[in-house]
Design a protein around this ligand. Structure first.
Ligand code: SF4
Length: 549
């Protein structure tokens, strides 16, 4: 798999792809902003969503066992899969036991993550995608490029060509003279899929949520095909990531408000399907739930990275990301594109591949993803945290074991630069002397850097060095008068003095119990829900009261 920069180099040169992406993401993001603005309590809902997820993740073992009991009591069978291989083996065995050679599928990111279609194909079982966009992707022998709109990179002319050329190979062919009119394309897909729905004996789904108290699974969708897959087959197999559990229906209510407005900009989803075990004479007579770990408990062990598991796959972060808009979803090399993919894929994979090591850099760190995330995942914080692990290595949990992770290859210059910066900031006198020297020699600073630095300046100019450093400007204009200037801070650091200004003593006094400075978050409240999840208060027993699951 190519690294993100390698894959993005090709996709950013594709003008048609960029045009399609720009049009689609801007349309969705504008609609989302309108739908969110309708709710005066959106900020409170968002915070509630983050808190429910965090609390559930803290007691994940408890809620998963409760879910298993509830599903079993309702007539379902629960299977536990530690990784992709185990999940694929379980599903393949279950399908084989039915004697069937084909299955219909509801759009499911978890099954894409584990490569289930390919595993079934190797076992001689055909898997038919039934979501319209997934059907386009499957017929086009393509890969999804967006969480919500997997064929976002295709325009309707391309879809018409795919339907005309490929539909007949998979079942009912497209009608003669099919045009690129959206209604005609939808009708062609409907006729093609109906045949499969009526024939299939086995359905495979994911789920958006699982309710622990009743053992119910929930799928939200816009087309109704999901409901056909969930109700018509005799056997239903659902493959779901363990982080999708919520404790109660009351908790679910929060997410059923957050998700549709963030994803499709709708007040509620057109189709919300829920099912609980099996019921005689109504729907599938056999129900299997495969609970998938595949790197999630490793992610949960990381105090900063665990907030990633709050994600409800709304795709709002993709639609505002300037990097995604230009590079497209395929460059992320996994079913999870965009900002969420840049933090989720490397953690699920334990940063083991070159692609994983490149993904945390697929961001400008502008923070737009955090602003729109309905469960307040501080994506920039996790990106920086993962970059640190890529460059420096450190301790992490890999397949359940605490392991020392080595730094990724190719970051020696970055490490040296960070060491030099650390030394300079630890020696303010040397820093000031260096700044003055740079100001005096500023005409000699090149606009382009030589050697490895040229990779940076190929697309950027080196910033101009000002004739006077900030410290000197401060001293000349305000320094010494207020007692709050940088020189006072230096004295506070270097000589142990505590001035009456805003020196380090005061700064550390404002730092929260989670070890992070508490002021001035983008939400204006100064305290991000995302920060609380990653902080030591939830782990180390800091100032948090004991809680019951
Ligand atoms: S990270 Fe947030 S905005 Fe992005 S898909 Fe997940 S829930 Fe949505």
């Amino acid at each position: 798999m190519p690294t993100f920069p390698e894959a993005a180099e090709a996709s950013t040169r594709d003008a048609r792809l960029r045009r399609n992406l720009r049009h689609a993401t801007h349309t969705i993001r504008d609609k989302r902003a309108g739908a969110v603005a309708e709710l005066p309590d959106w900020a409170a809902l968002r915070e509630a969503g983050a808190h429910i997820k965090d609390r559930t993740l803290r007691h994940l073992d408890h809620y998963l066992e409760q879910l298993e009991r509830s599903v079993t009591e309702a007539g379902g069978i629960v299977h536990w899969a530690a990784d992709a291989q185990e999940a694929n083996d379980i599903v393949t065995r279950l399908v084989r036991e039915t004697g069937e050679r084909e299955v219909v599928k509801v759009k499911s990111m978890a099954t894409q993550e584990i490569g289930l279609n390919e595993a079934l194909e190797r076992a001689g079982i055909a898997a038919y995608e039934t979501d319209l966009a997934e059907l386009i992707v499957q017929l086009g022998d393509d890969r999804p490029s967006h969480i919500l709109v997997p064929a976002i990179h295709r325009n309707r002319g391309e879809i018409q060509e795919i339907f005309q050329d490929r539909m007949g190979r998979w079942g009912r062919a497209a009608p003669e003279g099919l045009s690129d009119d959206p209604a005609e394309l939808a009708e062609a897909a409907r006729l093609h899929l109906r045949e499969k729905f009526l024939r299939a004996k086995v359905g495979i789904s994911g789920a958006n949520f699982m309710v622990a108290e009743s053992g119910s699974l929930v799928v939200v969708e816009s087309e109704g095909n999901g409901r056909m897959c969930l109700t018509l087959p005799e056997t239903l197999i659902s493959v779901v990531g363990i982080e999708k559990v919520v404790p109660t229906w009351r908790d679910l209510e929060v997410f059923l408000q957050l998700l549709p407005r963030s994803s499709t900009a709708e007040r509620m989803n057109p189709y919300t399907s829920t099912w609980t075990g099996t019921t005689d004479g109504d729907g599938p007579s056999a129900f299997h739930l495969v609970l998938l770990d595949n790197g999630r408990t490793d992610t949960l062990a990381d105090q900063v990275g665990r907030q990633t598991l709050r994600c409800i796959r709304c795709s709002a972060c993709l639609n505002v990301c300037p990097v995604y808009e230009r590079a497209g979803g395929h460059a992320y090399g996994s079913p999870y594109p965009g900002p969420i993919g840049a933090i989720l894929t490397p953690q699920l994979d334990s940063l083991e591949t070159g692609l994983d090591a490149s993904l945390p850099y697929a961001s400008s760190l502008c923070g737009a993803c955090y602003e729109v995330c309905p469960v307040a995942i501080d994506i920039p914080e996790v990106l920086v945290h993962l970059r640190e692990r890529v460059v420096q290595g450190g301790t992490a949990t890999v397949r359940g074991q605490r392991t020392t992770v080595q730094p990724a290859k190719g970051h020696a210059a970055e490490r040296a630069a960070m060491r030099a910066a650390t030394w300079a900031f630890d020696h303010p006198g040397a820093l000031r002397a260096g700044e003055r020297l740079a100001s005096r020699a500023r005409r000699l600073v090149p606009r382009r850097l030589p050697g490895p630095g040229s990779a940076w300046t190929d697309t950027r100019d080196v910033p101009r060095v000002p004739p006077e450093s900030f410290r000197d400007w401060w001293r000349r204009t305000r320094g010494g008068a207020t007692g709050t200037g940088p020189d006072q801070r230096e004295r506070g650091t270097g000589r142990g003095a505590r001035s009456g200004g805003t020196g380090p003593g005061e700064q550390s006094g404002r730092t929260g119990a989670d070890g992070r400075h508490s002021g001035g978050g983008p939400d204006g409240g100064g305290r991000r829900p995302g920060g609380r999840a990653g902080g030591s208060r939830t782990e180390g027993g800091g100032d948090e009261q004991p809680e019951q699951p």
